[in-house]
Design a protein around this ligand. Structure first.
Ligand SMILES: Cc1cc2nc3c(=O)[nH]c(=O)nc-3n(C[C@H](O)[C@H](O)[C@H](O)COP(=O)(O)OP(=O)(O)OC[C@H]3O[C@@H](n4cnc5c(N)ncnc54)[C@H](O)[C@@H]3O)c2cc1C
Length: 339
């Protein structure tokens, strides 16, 4: 019988983030698809034991906890050693973990240490003919593949936002695991984060707001209106807490002087950019060309505002296209959203 381990790191407060809770539900789905595999949680962090309660209702027999101050910070050497200790403590054959940067950094090395194989960024875990079956996208989300493996342990990281957090009662029993973590030369002396206003990428937001190069182009009066564009866009983001995306053209403009100061290459959506997941998307001053809209694959409801009735959004890329001046539309939308 397969033994499934949910492997997750807790944050500094001893909580599990949404990706880890989604991975817990994915592990539970895999266990039931396999018709009764054993399900164990393995949590590591400075205050990991309190996180076991968050897994209530997901069918975990027990939660193995590895707690140490050395695990309060994400660090390859200590995280990989903690993961190895947890996998070996229960003899897991399948290891399910969230595809967070902290886990992605260690999962390859961890599979190597445990003599296993790894597949990352999976989008569904199920079973076929009694064997685990994992699904993931390839080639920038253009092709979907289904994978089986005979080798164990099989490490699998699951994308965020696909499975809901567990719901129910009855926390798993907690069992402490001891491990000799390596001493490290690195010392974390503090954290610096961007000012809250500068944080524009919000993966959990319901709406993706995309700004295209049109915001920085000459408008009907023959002049540029970049400061006005910045004010309108930031006003909308602040009021709605949407996530900000950009087209390649707008993020590439940094060398040209006419730039949106808060737009970086991290915001780029598309073939060479990201493929975010949001319930809705609104594109403004963006032409809707294929290399851009391929990044909208996981955006369900799509609307666009463009002056050009023949833009790409009108060619089957959007549900609704408003042929209008985005400056005027978004100013009015901001007014309607109020203070
Ligand atoms: C291999 C390859 C990979 C690529 N990868 C990506 C990628 O990852 N992401 C990406 O975005 N692109 C990518 N591209 C580029 C892509 O093909 C387009 O060139 C780019 O998306 C165009 O950006 P844009 O629509 O913002 O700008 P433009 O094409 O310049 O369009 C600006 C739009 O703004 C509109 N507009 C102007 N003023 C207003 C106004 N007041 N109100 C309303 N509308 C207005 C105009 O009508 C126009 O449609 C890639 C291209 C290649 C070849």
């Amino acid at each position: 019988m397969e033994l499934i381990l949910l492997l997750a790191a807790t944050d500094a407060e001893g909580n599990l983030g949404k990706p880890a809770l989604g991975a817990a539900t994915a592990a539970q789905a895999l266990a039931s698809a396999l018709g009764g595999a054993k399900l164990v949680a393995g949590l590591f962090g400075a205050r990991a034991s309190q996180a076991a309660a968050l897994l209530a209702g997901a069918g975990f027999e027990k939660a193995l906890i590895l707690e140490s101050d050395a695990l309060s910070q994400a660090r390859y050497a200590t995280d990989a050693a903690a993961g190895e200790a947890l996998v070996k403590a229960c003899g897991a054959t399948l290891v399910v973990a969230p595809a967070t940067s902290r886990i992605q950094r260690i999962i390859g090395g961890l599979a190597q240490r445990c003599g296993g194989k790894v597949d990352t960024h999976l989008t569904e875990l199920t079973a076929e003919e009694g064997a685990p079956l994992a699904t993931r996208w390839f080639y920038r989300q253009r092709m979907s593949g289904r994978l089986k493996r005979a080798q164990r342990p099989w490490f699998m990281t699951v994308e965020a936002g696909l499975y809901p957090p567990p719901a129910g009662s009855g926390s798993p029993a907690v069992e402490k695991v001891q491990a000799a973590l390596p001493s490290t030369l690195t010392r974390v002396t503090g954290e610096k984060s961007p000012a809250s206003g500068a944080q524009t990428i919000r993966p959990d937001a319901d709406l993706l707001f995309v700004a295209g190069a049109g915001w920085c182009k000459k408008q009907a009066d023959g002049r540029l209106h970049v400061p006005e564009a910045e004010k309108v866009i930031l006003g909308f983001l602040e009021k709605t807490q949407s996530s900000l995306g950009g087209s390649k053209s707008v993020v590439d403009q940094s060398g040209e002087g006419t730039v949106l100061s808060f737009m970086s290459h991290l915001n780029q959506v598309g073939q060479t950019g990201s493929t975010p997941r949001h319930a809705k998307g609104l594109a403004t001053c963006c032409h809707g060309e294929e290399p851009h809209t391929v990044g909208w694959r996981f955006v369900n409801e799509r609307r666009a505002v463009n002056l050009n009735a023949n833009c790409g959004w009108a060619q089957g890329k959007a549900d609704v296209l408003y042929v209008a001046d985005a400056f005027k539309v978004m100013e009015r939308v901001n007014d309607l959203l109020g203070g």
